[in-house]
Design a protein around this ligand. Structure first.
Ligand code: SF4
Length: 507
């Protein structure tokens, strides 16, 4: 397909950067470190500022740094960093969930002792979300392990679920970790958030350094609050132009991954800037950053602005001064897109970079549609889908599953009026369109899960999904075919029973 990319990339590094997490388990490090930075820093700056420049101790001139380098420099108590350096980083938040939490806890106890205490009970966030509404005993046991550990350690932020029969009877239960982290104020500018989940990069939308780590690293962080990281080089993606009304952030990130491939950002930071990015709300910015890992990215970041600060207003008082890439910084690669020229996209089976125009796939008959996950199950995603159903006035032709990411999203689906609907909620519009009743919030079929997982693909069907991965077996059956798409495209496809460009209903 023709590409709207406008500028070639360039490289300032002559060598290939190593991929993969560079942290190593070194038990001899001090358990509590010597963190000097005050954590409760009051945000006083509303516009981009740059740090004071002073001569380096060697007398040499400081070099320009990217946002990501500045965050890591601050977290490692350094004034200067360069890509490729390995630094010990002080961690602000460690998140784990029901899939990796038990393994992390096991490693923590094995290495630090059965009676060891975590490094900071207020900086560990534990969120059961993956395999929740299932009768699978091992999955249920995982949640019990989390609960016991959080009680033992007096973990402040544990979002428990005890009554699996009715999620609403569990006021602490949130749902999908990455969206819960944002909604509960754990995503904060200029901090370091690590999670035992590859889509932890979602939080880069807040100008946070956020990345996924394995259980071994997480066990070490749990005991020390530190991690050894290799500083990634930074790529910049400039998205300019007015966003057409039939596009969503999902189309933008599918465009980028299609352009650079699933290995194109391996162990690199992906920084998103430009007038289009500035116009996106926080949930759309999350969609962009959520999928950087599908290009191999170490992390994604969006510069903090008034949209970020507005979102955070009622969520946290722990806000750091934002940092921004220096004007003179030379990105390892730079891509420019004219968003006004883009068209709705899908990623065909079985790779997120298998990009095609939605209209090129109009002959692909589908069996079902899935709207959910941390990528495509947020309030804005359901509002977008409802907009298409409302515009069409038709009923869906295939089973259409709706899985709100969190309890808050679920409530929004049932309470927020859809613009232009005369006061109808998403749930009313979905019911009129013949969709399935919105399910209990969780990861549900995004990751397949136990066989009784809601909306799991137990047959070799074809699905249009707002999720982020379409590898064989990802949503259940290994011969299933998943077309990744925006909520607009997913809703349009539900209405026709074929992969459908949403312009059929939105123009
Ligand atoms: S919704 Fe899907 S991608 Fe997101 S955390 Fe859950 S399983 Fe992972």
């Amino acid at each position: 397909m023709a590409s709207p990319i406008m500028a070639p990339s360039f490289s300032i590094f002559g060598r290939k950067m190593e991929s993969g997490l560079m942290s190593r388990f070194i038990p001899s490090i001090s358990a509590h470190g010597c963190r000097k930075q005050a954590l409760n820093r009051v945000l006083a700056v509303m516009a981009p500022t740059q740090p004071q420049r002073s001569p380096a101790t060697t007398g040499s001139v400081k070099h320009a740094m990217s946002m990501t380098e500045k965050i890591l420099a601050r977290a490692s108590e350094r004034t200067q960093l360069a890509p490729g350096e390995n630094v010990w980083v002080n961690v602000d938040v460690l998140m784990t969930h029901d899939v990796c939490g038990p393994g992390t806890i096991g490693i923590f106890k094995r290495e630090f002792g059965q009676n060891a205490k975590v490094w900071d009970r207020e900086k560990i966030v534990i969120i059961p979300d993956h395999y929740i509404f299932t009768s699978d005993e091992r999955a249920n046991r995982n949640v019990d392990i989390l609960r016991d550990f959080c009680t033992e350690q007096n973990i402040k932020y544990y979002y428990d679920i005890k009554d699996l029969g009715n999620f609403r009877a569990n006021p602490d239960y949130k749902g999908v970790c990455h969206i819960a982290l944002a909604q509960e104020g754990h995503c904060r500018p200029s901090e370091v958030l690590l999670g035992t989940d590859s889509h932890t990069c979602n939080a880069g939308a807040f100008g946070q350094f956020a990345t996924g780590i394995g259980n071994t690293d997480a066990g070490f962080v749990m005991g020390t609050g530190k991690i050894l990281l290799k500083v990634p080089p930074t790529m910049r993606f400039i998205l300019d132009g007015e966003m057409p009304k039939y596009l969503l952030a999902k189309d933008l990130i599918l465009q980028i991954i299609g352009e650079i491939t699933v290995a194109g950002a391996t162990y690199k930071s992906m920084e998103f800037v430009g007038s289009t990015v500035e116009s996106l709300n926080m949930e759309e910015r999350m969609t962009l950053c959520n999928m950087v890992v599908e290009a191999g990215g170490k992390n994604g970041v969006v510069p903090v602005d008034k949209t970020t600060l507005k979102y955070l207003e009622d969520k946290t008082t722990l806000t750091s001064e934002p940092v921004y890439s220096d004007d003179g910084f030379r990105f390892i690669q730079e891509y420019k897109f004219d968003v006004s020229k883009l068209e709705p996209l899908v990623a065909k089976p079985h790779s997120p970079d298998n990009r095609a125009l939605a209209r090129e796939c109009k002959d692909v008959k589908i069996d079902r549609v899935y709207i959910g996950s941390c990528t495509g199950g947020k309030t804005e995603d359901f509002l977008a889908a409802a907009k298409v159903f409302l515009a069409s006035g038709k009923k869906v032709k295939v089973p259409t599953f709706l899985v709100p990411a969190t309890q808050k999203v679920w409530m929004d689906v049932y309470s927020l009026p859809v613009p232009g609907s005369g006061g109808k909620t998403c749930s009313q519009i979905f019911e009129e369109a013949g969709c399935e009743v919105p399910a209990s919030p969780s990861c549900a079929a995004c990751l397949g899960g136990p066989r009784d997982t809601y909306a799991r693909m137990n047959e070799p069907q074809v699905c249009v999904s707002t999720t982020n991965r379409n590898f064989p077996g990802r949503m259940g059956h290994k011969e299933g075919q998943v077309y990744l798409a925006s909520p607009y495209t997913a809703a349009a496809s539900a209405l026709t029973g074929y992969v459908t460009d949403p312009r059929e209903f939105l123009l």
